[in-house]
Design a protein around this ligand. Structure first.
Ligand code: SF4
Length: 304
């Protein structure tokens, strides 16, 4: 069927990232995703047949690539894209600067990667679409320009690095060059981020400690009280994903640290911009995040 005879809804689906084809067949519409693409809704599959275009759209609009190429395959750090939003309109973060790093920065041991079980909140629409454009170099800039953009933010600005993505690495080893340059570029800001990188690989532990010592808060992302306690014992700030139906607002872990559920998830109109606990808090306070997004059930499966 040529484009002129396609319903508008079909043309919208065909323009979505990852959609290879959409054909009308005897028993409905058949939508195929390109090789290496899927959605959480399709649970690893790449084809959906349905009579309803609205249903197909709901299934494939969050499509993502299952196997991000290794950074080296992209030509190293200089080829990786970063995007800075100087004033976010996201209801949760509130009006502050936020960045997005190409998908290749994700830690290979992150339990929310599709190949590790899935459930990443950033793979929910519309953030997923923005992230994809950064990953595919349709948006964002190279690392040097990104650092220049950060340096030009006003002193004391609030900055969340990575609404999606992680610290640039090579096969799980965080890059020292990247860390030094990024840390010096945010020295004048109230900056924070999160990481799923392994603390036992390469120089990861000492680099994360370095960033925290320099005032750039890098929270270790965990999925259990034991892991969060262990990160705190290592001298690092920790955050932890908790079940979406958790009703407690705060509690103590076995090591006596306090878990405090993210205020933006329990208080209406509270945003990161007016909370900033992920930047500064007591060293024994773990921020708990209720699993959310379209992949929350998968994320909950990773909880220990
Ligand atoms: S704890 Fe505060 S700063 Fe951290 S994510 Fe929640 S609202 Fe944002």
């Amino acid at each position: 069927m040529n484009n002129a005879r396609m319903p508008r809804a079909a043309l919208v689906i065909r323009s979505l990232p990852g959609v290879e084809s959409l054909e009308r067949e005897e028993d409905g519409w058949c939508c195929r995703l390109a090789h290496g693409w899927t959605t959480d809704a399709l649970e690893g599959g790449g084809t959906i047949i349905d009579r309803s275009l609205a249903m197909i759209h709901a299934y494939v609009r969050d499509a993502y690539q299952t196997v991000p190429a290794a950074p080296a395959a992209h030509g190293g750090l200089s080829a990786v894209r970063f995007h800075l939003t100087t004033r976010s309109t996201n209801a949760k973060t509130g009006p502050m600067a936020v960045s997005t790093s190409s998908r290749v920065t994700c830690s290979p041991v992150c339990p929310f990667l599709p190949q590790n079980g899935g459930g990443c909140y950033a793979q929910s629409y519309p953030l997923n679409l923005h992230w994809l454009k950064v990953t595919n170099a349709e948006r964002g800039v190279g690392f040097k320009e990104f650092c220049a953009q950060l340096r030009s933010l006003p002193a004391n600005s609030k900055f969340r690095h990575n609404q999606a993505g992680d610290l640039y690495h090579n096969n799980g080893r965080i890059s020292r060059t990247f860390v030094k340059e990024l840390t010096s570029s945010v020295r004048h800001l109230r900056a924070f981020t999160y990481t799923h990188h392994s603390l036992t690989m390469g120089e990861n532990l000492s680099l994360i400690k370095y960033m925290n010592r320099q005032g750039f808060t890098v929270n270790v992302s965990t999925e259990s009280e034991a892991a969060a306690d262990s990160a705190i014992a290592a001298g690092l700030p920790a955050v932890m994903v908790v079940k979406s139906d958790e009703t407690r607002q705060s509690w103590r872990t076995p090591a006596g640290n306090m878990v405090l559920v993210c205020p933006a998830q329990r208080i209406e109109d509270k945003t990161c911009a007016d909370c900033m606990l992920c930047h500064k808090r007591g060293c024994k306070v773990i921020i708990g995040f209720l699993a959310h997004g379209t992949g929350k059930r998968k994320a909950e499966a990773s909880l220990v």
